[in-house]
Write a protein that binds this ligand. Structure first.
Ligand code: UDX
Length: 436
């Protein structure tokens, strides 16, 4: 019942499919049973409340209930390890525990791997432990599919209700057919394209998808860094123009401080590690990651250019979340930037509408925290906009002037309109110097 499991369960239940969420964390289970989402995701809370009230969704820590259902989705985490590879112990344990409870089940049971796993995991570890503990083989009584998810934080429910595609990887027709049937019931006439393939290909689709998107972001950030050297050039215009080419497309071309979140870095590292273990070095993806890492230094470099030395300077960081509308700071560019600011002796004060509690857990009292944007700006020598929250877009030049000690602004998300800030020391990622 993590992020993926909970959103998947809630959306199934919203379409009248009776769903049970299983988690070893008893407190989380109790919270879900009360219809309260244990994490922040738009629409999830109301969907959960509704589903629990209609008795379409229940939660338990007792995995044996899985034997009373028709299908089980494995949605456990696959966290990164220090060498970039993913930790498969949770998926292994889940497959083993599930197999144990399916041993006595008479009817058919479908097992679906939704967790992000490297190619070969479903057909390897999952199949092996499931078959061993259930004393069954994949076939007439037991089904197994790999079925990756493509949910984005902040729009996960709508992504689950309106996916672009469904990818089903399986070795036997029955498993794939059963899962396709479930999705046909779920989506009805609005069924998106269904790609039927092998488990390994389905697993690779997920990595390929995230590697492509991350590379697109590092690509536009690279162009942004070049644009900054050219008077009168703004990367936004370049992105708009290239995005009109259907071969390129307009999405994921927003230059910024580098990507963050729970997936891109983790998945790229896993894919790099996986490939290298197969004796192939994917230099493109190493470059994607390196460019992303460097982007944080460029943000700090922009502040340095405005201020000279950062030592003892008060720097207001506006935004901590890895993107707007979430309290998630995992792999956020803000943390990379703050660490560098700290190393250079700056005094950092940060504000974020949602992510301060999570940041406090990680950075403790390494920095100061403000209650709103204005108090973060108060007495500061530089403001760095790190997350594209709507409320930061509302900040007018006079707000910066009224509160800041020196009006140096680094817009790492390019959310302010430069023409309104030209009389301040305003710089933005991807914006070349003015021609004059
Ligand atoms: C991503 C994938 O999009 C999703 O399909 C997958 O299942 C999980 O990983 P998510 O991590 O929620 O989703 O965030 P996403 O919206 O993809 O953004 C990732 C990062 O890239 C954010 O830090 C965002 O700010 C950054 N980004 C995105 C850019 O810097 N520029 C862009 O144009 C788009």
């Amino acid at each position: 019942m993590g992020y993926v499991g909970l959103c998947t369960a809630a959306t199934f239940a919203s379409r009248d499919i009776r769903t049970i969420g299983i988690d070893i964390d008893q407190a989380r289970v109790e919270q879900i049973r009360r219809g309260k989402a244990p994490l922040h995701e738009p629409q999830l809370d109301s969907m959960l409340k509704n589903a629990v009230r209609k008795k379409l969704l229940d939660a338990t820590s007792d995995i044996s209930v899985a034997s009373q259902t028709d299908a089980t989705f494995l949605t456990v985490g696959t966290p990164s390890q220090s060498d970039g590879s993913i930790n498969l112990s949770y998926i292994k344990n889940a497959a083993e525990d599930l197999g144990n409870v399916l041993r006595e089940k008479r009817g058919y049971h479908l097992v679906v791997v939704k967790s992000t796993v490297v190619p070969g995991t479903t057909n390897g570890i999952v199949k092996r432990f499931l078959e061993q503990s259930s004393h069954k083989t994949i076939g007439s009584k037991l089904g197994l599919c790999a079925n990756p998810e493509f949910l984005k934080e902040g729009t996960a429910i709508s992504d689950a209700l309106h996916p672009d595609r469904i990818v089903i990887g399986s070795n036997d027709k029955k498993s794939a057919g059963e899962l396709a049937k479930l999705y046909r019931r779920f989506y009805g006439a609005k069924l998106p394209p269904v790609i039927l393939t092998s488990p390994e290909a389905a697993e690779l689709v997920k990595y390929a998808s995230n590697a492509f998107l991350a590379t697109k972001v590092s690509f536009i950030n690279t162009i942004a860094n070049i644009a900054e050297q050219i008077p009168g050039v703004d990367v936004g215009t370049i992105a708009e123009a290239i995005g009109l080419d259907p071969r390129i497309g307009p999405l994921f071309l927003k230059a910024g401080p580098g990507y963050g979140g729970s997936c891109f870095h983790k998945d790229l590292q896993a894919l790099i590690n996986y490939s290298q273990n197969k004796n192939y070095d994917p230099i493109l993806f190493r470059a994607t990651e390196e460019a992303n890492e460097q982007q944080a230094s460029r943000v700090v470099g922009m502040a340095e250019k405005l201020l000279g030395s950062l030592s003892s300077k008060r720097v207001a960081v506006l935004g901590l979340a890895f993107k707007k509308d979430t309290d998630d700071i995992r792999e956020a560019a803000s943390i990379r930037v703050i660490n560098q600011l700290n190393k250079k002796g700056a005094r950092v004060i940060a504000y974020d509408p949602m992510a301060i509690p999570n940041t406090k857990k990680q950075l403790l009292d390494m920095i100061d925290y403000a209650e709103n944007a204005h108090s973060a700006l108060k007495g500061s020598d530089c403001a760095i906009i790190m997350t594209e929250w709507d409320q930061f877009r509302q900040l007018a030049a006079k707000d910066f002037q009224a509160y800041m000690n020196n009006t140096n602004i680094v817009d790492a998300r390019r959310i302010l309109d430069p023409k309104h800030y030209a009389h301040l020391n305003y710089v933005a990622i991807g914006m070349g110097p003015s021609k004059a």
